[in-house]
Design a protein around this ligand. Sequence first.
Ligand SMILES: *[C@@H]1O[C@H](CO)[C@@H](O)[C@H](O)[C@H]1NC(C)=O
Ligand SMILES: *[C@@H]1O[C@H](CO)[C@@H](O)[C@H](O)[C@H]1NC(C)=O
Ligand SMILES: *[C@@H]1O[C@H](CO)[C@@H](O)[C@H](O)[C@H]1NC(C)=O
Ligand SMILES: *[C@@H]1O[C@H](CO)[C@@H](O)[C@H](O)[C@H]1NC(C)=O
Ligand SMILES: *[C@@H]1O[C@H](CO)[C@@H](O)[C@H](O)[C@H]1NC(C)=O
Ligand SMILES: *[C@@H]1O[C@H](CO)[C@@H](O)[C@H](O)[C@H]1NC(C)=O
Ligand SMILES: *[C@@H]1O[C@H](CO)[C@@H](O)[C@H](O)[C@H]1NC(C)=O
Ligand SMILES: *[C@@H]1O[C@H](CO)[C@@H](O)[C@H](O)[C@H]1NC(C)=O
Ligand SMILES: *[C@@H]1O[C@H](CO)[C@@H](O)[C@H](O)[C@H]1NC(C)=O
Ligand SMILES: *[C@@H]1O[C@H](CO)[C@@H](O)[C@H](O)[C@H]1NC(C)=O
Ligand SMILES: *[C@@H]1O[C@H](CO)[C@@H](O)[C@H](O)[C@H]1NC(C)=O
Length: 475
Amino acid sequence: MKRSASLFQVLLVFITMVEIQWSTVSSIYCKDMPPNVYRPHSVTITEFGAIGDGVTLNTKAFQNAIFYLNSFADKGGAQLFVPAGRWLTGSFNLISHLTLSLDKDAVIIGSPDSSHWPVIDPLPSYGRGRELPGKRHQSLIFGLNLTDVIITGANGSIDGQGAIWWGWFRNHTLNYTRPHLVELMYSTNVVISNLTFKNSPFWNIHPVYCSQVLVQHVTILAPLNSPNTDGVSPDSSTNVCINHCYVRNGDDVIVIKSGWDEYGISFAQPSSNISISDITGETRGGAGIAFGSEMSGGISEVRAVGLRIVNSLHGIRIKTAPGRGGYVKNVYIADVSMDNVSMAIRITGNYGEHPDDKYDRTALPVISNITIKDVVGVNIGVAGILEGIQGDNFSNICLSNVSLSVQSAHPWNCSLIEGYSNSVIPESCEQLKSNCRQTPICYDGSGSSAMHVQQPRHTSSTSRLLNPLLELASF
Ligand SMILES: *[C@@H]1O[C@H](CO)[C@@H](O)[C@H](O)[C@H]1NC(C)=O
Ligand SMILES: *[C@@H]1O[C@H](CO)[C@@H](O)[C@H](O)[C@H]1NC(C)=O
Ligand SMILES: *[C@@H]1O[C@H](CO)[C@@H](O)[C@H](O)[C@H]1NC(C)=O
Ligand SMILES: *[C@@H]1O[C@H](CO)[C@@H](O)[C@H](O)[C@H]1NC(C)=O
Ligand SMILES: *[C@@H]1O[C@H](CO)[C@@H](O)[C@H](O)[C@H]1NC(C)=O
Ligand SMILES: *[C@@H]1O[C@H](CO)[C@@H](O)[C@H](O)[C@H]1NC(C)=O
Ligand SMILES: *[C@@H]1O[C@H](CO)[C@@H](O)[C@H](O)[C@H]1NC(C)=O
Ligand SMILES: *[C@@H]1O[C@H](CO)[C@@H](O)[C@H](O)[C@H]1NC(C)=O
Ligand SMILES: *[C@@H]1O[C@H](CO)[C@@H](O)[C@H](O)[C@H]1NC(C)=O
Ligand SMILES: *[C@@H]1O[C@H](CO)[C@@H](O)[C@H](O)[C@H]1NC(C)=O
Ligand SMILES: *[C@@H]1O[C@H](CO)[C@@H](O)[C@H](O)[C@H]1NC(C)=O
């Protein structure tokens, strides 16, 4: 009696320590990131001749205002204020030390004329271009090599008027890859907050080769049947925090990427240190949270907690294939609720979709240390299809405290994966029922460097403690 009581106390202390580490880690990624800064200078877009009638094209006004504000970059930066109105514009570029601030009833509207969206080179980590070979249209709001940029407002909107682009996509009359709504490239200290993004032609918010990015309190809306309207897509970016968002769209709600096949492998710019919390999503064609399919530069240290996924195709998804190379590892997903989701968890090892025929068929991705816990789902079609790659088992896939009301008589279908499961309803597949004598170590979201490099002794006591805990819990 006494012995088990003290063991229990030790376990409690351990669990408390882990909890503390988890909360510390999620804040580390976006520390030094003030959601707002005071700008000593401010101008209103109307001072540059803009007319908010929804008809007049205001691209020149945005460009001139931002050109003027550039002279304040070394004087604490400046704000460009967009008052209530409907401000039609083509694509424009941001500068460093700028706040773009929209009033409550301000709507920035993307021009339906594709010539107002200049064409630029494809991303180096995607090679030939994402959708079509060659150049791509620049996003409506674009930033290159910037620092200290804030895009915010009192829930004003940025509307890409994507319908015309979805039409061109569907009838194959596009000449270049479709534009995003907002893209920041090679930038640091970026905040995107308190806005509504609507009808993006392609992905909505795309930070690529960025670090220190905070996306919060945003609403993203696109028709449920719109093609490729991903919500927030951190790509080859580090220290990214996404929280308190509502997304209802046609493709992935939140998706983490890092380049495509041989181009992503040689560009070698991973996405890491990504913290996601308090997300509500509804997607007809995608997942609540997804990884890939472009993951060739590697994805690691991702922590997502507090996801609510409704009326969606997939809940949690990893997409990869031979030829992708790279890795998806050290992913911790917890506190997820799902309602009316066709497939709760899906890991796909044969996603396909290659940029060209030059990809290396022997470049196999490493998928490992994926923990999914504390999941409750109702009205679920299938619990999970988890499939690895022949000769490239996906490892350390851990499911814990997952409870799903599933319609299918075959709730799980697993192949070429290894891992562990504990308290999973309906009972998980054979491949995740590891031998109790082996010590399962499930990635716990605390970051491998912190736990395993700096404190190697702590790690071994961790696994000794975890084993009896998990054994106890499984009876
Ligand atoms: C932007 O930064 C990248 C990477 O540092 C660099 O290669 C590129 O030349 C820069 N582009 C411009 C226009 O400054
Ligand atoms: C922001 O506006 C969208 C519609 O554009 C609305 O659905 C959402 O509730 C609003 N958010 C806040 C915080 O007011
Ligand atoms: C293709 O779609 C665009 C946008 O919806 C439309 O304007 C155009 O007429 C269509 N072209 C053809 C050939 O169907
Ligand atoms: C593609 O190019 C053709 C020929 O220049 C042009 O007529 C057409 O409008 C372009 N399509 C789009 C979607 O811009
Ligand atoms: C952004 O929205 C959040 C939640 O609605 C609110 O608490 C916060 O004050 C807003 N920030 C700004 C700068 O409006
Ligand atoms: C990731 O976060 C850790 C702190 O948890 C930090 O030490 C590390 O430098 C970060 N990695 C990158 C690539 O910024
Ligand atoms: C469930 O989700 C599907 C889309 O995945 C939707 O068509 C259907 O209306 C939803 N059912 C309910 C009861 O909301
Ligand atoms: C998985 O995590 C363990 C520690 O839990 C670490 O030793 C191992 O290197 C990780 N695997 C990969 C592929 O990074
Ligand atoms: C299991 O997950 C549910 C949903 O997140 C949570 O409410 C519950 O506390 C978890 N149970 C345990 C034993 O952690
Ligand atoms: C499981 O998936 C494989 C393909 O990955 C398929 O051939 C098989 O029929 C599925 N089994 C069940 C019971 O659905
Ligand atoms: C791959 O995983 C399966 C279970 O999914 C297992 O039977 C097989 O032995 C593993 N292969 C290797 C090479 O470890």
